[in-house]
Design a protein around this ligand. Sequence first.
Ligand code: FES
Length: 193
Amino acid sequence: MTKTELNQPSSKKRQPTRRDFLLLTASAVGTLGVGYFAWPFIDSMNPAADILAQSTVDVDLSLIPAGQAITVIWRGKPIFVRHRTPKEIKAAEQVPLSELIDPETDQERVKKGHDEWLIVIGICTHLGCIPTGNKPTQDRGKYGGWACPCHGSLYDTSGRVRRGPAPANLGIPPYVFLNPTHIRLGVNEVSHG
Ligand code: FES
């Protein structure tokens, strides 16, 4: 329990759904990205205030195995970074747009040439719960993406809503690839200044 939580009345404690997600401390711009993915270790970590305040966060993708995902905190929001398998990519690409609640192609939701990486804002578009599916032990729902524990919305392997009540797909944060194994959250292009 954090110091902040200890000082709060019990009625204001954060809800379990907001604590029960994999939390990954990421580095600030100018430093190396994160590179440790031992599940028990990451589970025990909480973000420091200065991390939450950072406007850009670099993430090292190199140690995220295919089929797994991590959560990075960016501007106080959980960002899901998922390394998709070829099967998951194919499933996302083959869905007819006519079947989608919020029609978007998979190609519109990933960076060209980086199909294996799906980066989405991990906040359900219904009422803001944190969907499950990042931890290997968590339910991903019948569409293989994420499942919202609050009212049952389901997302697919492109982060698109496939069953409501959520009205829209998981959002895409601004980010760029710095190189094949590192991204920077918070910007749409690399600054060379
Ligand atoms: S908040 Fe996710 S379904 Fe309601």
